[in-house]
Design a protein around this ligand. Structure first.
Ligand code: PLP
Length: 310
């Protein structure tokens, strides 16, 4: 990040701002709300479940960089959240649930763990017969590309029964360097595919030239754009949130037909009833200045507080 420029797009993502204190539209105790931790099904804290066949498995609360808009910021900032992210409890739960096909290892940043710990998780997940794929969600490929060391490559490589996918997190073309490109190449050479999950951020990547450049540069770096997330209503993130329809507009005007089909992410919002694809007309029930009512794949609806005009 640029130490002299307060508007640097990387700096704005990571350095606290007094705007965070406004918090008019954030949902309190967001993590508990969103991950349905109050439901009947008993699960270890490390397992977040919104789908029948796949889960998000939190293996650490530590990150390489701390994004100010993180939907899990309470995990780090709020000790009242009091969650116990036990890897072994999570592994046991997965092995006892034969319907789970896809294990999404997340955090924190799982690549912040030691090679030994990552190897343990990879080996244990791969040993579960009903698991068919595993993914790591990690910002390290972008924020700490030097983390892709020969030791880590050894842990991830091989034509295993269970393929490994990585989704990294890059929001601005400035985050992609020659080091990133090399790290991605190293991962691909291990048989690991690399995708990207970006967050739509006001004043950072919500203009057409930056948005286009981001997607062109991702593809040039061998990273396949997977999701563009609407910024979630966590407390303190109002100043990062755009209109709900902004992401659609950026994809339609900035990417469709103009850049390779390979560079087109799906625009989604992650909610308490799973991800909702915002490119589908029937997923948006209503949009007004107070709230957005959204519908998921199986017809359930949920409400998100808006940030001003729809
Ligand atoms: C995001 C998420 C997934 C993965 O969803 P995909 O649409 O398959 O990428 C799985 N479980 C939970 C709880 C999630 O939040």
């Amino acid at each position: 990040m640029d130490k002299d420029d307060p508007s640097c797009p990387v700096r704005r993502q990571l350095i606290p701002s007094s705007s965070e204190q406004l918090n008019q539209h954030g949902i309190d105790r967001y993590l508990i709300h969103k991950e349905n931790r109050a439901t009947e099904e008993k699960r270890p804290d490390s397992i977040a479940r919104q789908y029948h066949d796949r889960i998000a498995f939190t293996v650490t609360q530590v990150c390489t960089v701390y994004c100010r808009f993180c939907f899990r910021r309470e995990l780090v900032l709020d000790d009242k959240a009091d969650l116990n992210m036990s890897v072994d409890e999570g592994l046991r739960w997965i092995s006892e649930h034969p319907e789970i096909r896809d294990v999404l290892v997340t955090g924190g940043d799982p690549f912040h763990l030691s090679d030994d710990k990552i190897e343990y998780i990879v080996r244990k997940v791969q040993e579960i017969p009903h698991v068919g794929s595993m993914r790591f969600g990690t910002r390290s490929v972008i924020a700490l590309p030097h983390r892709i060391t020969p030791g880590l490559k050894k842990v991830l490589s091989g034509n295993n029964r269970v393929p490994i996918w990585i989704n990294t997190h890059c929001n601005h073309p400035k985050e992609i360097t020659e080091h990133t490109k090399k790290a991605v190449y190293e991962l691909l050479s291990c048989g690991v595919n690399v995708g990207n999950q970006a967050v739509l951020l006001k004043g950072i990547n919500d203009d057409i030239p930056t948005f286009q450049d981001l997607h062109i540069k991702l593809l040039r770096s061998r990273i396949r754009p997977y999701y563009l997330f609407y910024c979630e209503p966590v407390p303190g993130s109002d100043h990062f949130r755009t209109d709900l329809l902004k992401g659609r507009e950026l994809i339609k005007k900035g990417l469709r037909g103009v850049v390779s089909g390979m560079a087109q992410p799906q625009y989604v919002i992650a909610t308490d009833i799973g991800k909702i694809n915002l490119m589908d007309d029937d997923s948006i029930v209503s949009v007004d200045e107070n709230e957005y009512v959204l519908r998921n794949y199986n017809g359930k609806t949920t409400t998100i507080p808006a940030v001003g005009k729809g």
